[in-house]
Design a protein. Structure first.
Length: 131
């Protein structure tokens, strides 16, 4: 298991993390990420007596390894790709959409120019329960 800590909470914590094959980067909070296999994640959940509860990320589709295509989310975080944004929305249970392409802040946040550099995207969220 790989655990990294970083000081910048405005970025996707997994942005510069490359997990080994068959592992996925999971952002546990804005400062800590873990590269873990799905099998080990499931096993860890059982060890912590959560086997009877549904892990809300179990149905979230992990992202393939692709060239970075940074996007700024409506939560103010930079994600390495739209897929990473969708995945984080799914595992966190939060509604997050693409505010603009590129890094945050969006150019519309910096000036009052209407729509400059802004791209509206789909909102992704997970509906479910841990109970």
């Amino acid at each position: 298991m790989l655990i990294l800590r970083g000081p910048d909470s405005t970025k996707d914590p997994c942005l510069n993390v490359k997990c080994s094959r068959h592992k996925v980067c999971i952002a546990q909070d804005n400062h800590r990420v873990v590269c873990i296999s799905h099998r080990r994640l499931t096993h860890s959940m059982k060890e912590t007596d959560l086997a009877h509860k549904q892990w809300k990320g179990a149905n979230c589709k992990p992202c393939p390894v692709v060239h970075p295509h940074p996007v700024c989310g409506t939560d103010g975080h930079v994600y390495s790709s739209p897929c990473k944004l969708e995945y984080q929305a799914c595992v966190s249970g939060k509604q997050i959409s693409v505010k603009c392409e590129g890094r945050c802040p969006c150019s519309s946040d910096k000036s009052s120019a209407e729509g400059k550099g802004e791209k509206k995207g789909k909102s992704y969220y997970f509906i479910g329960s841990l109970n």
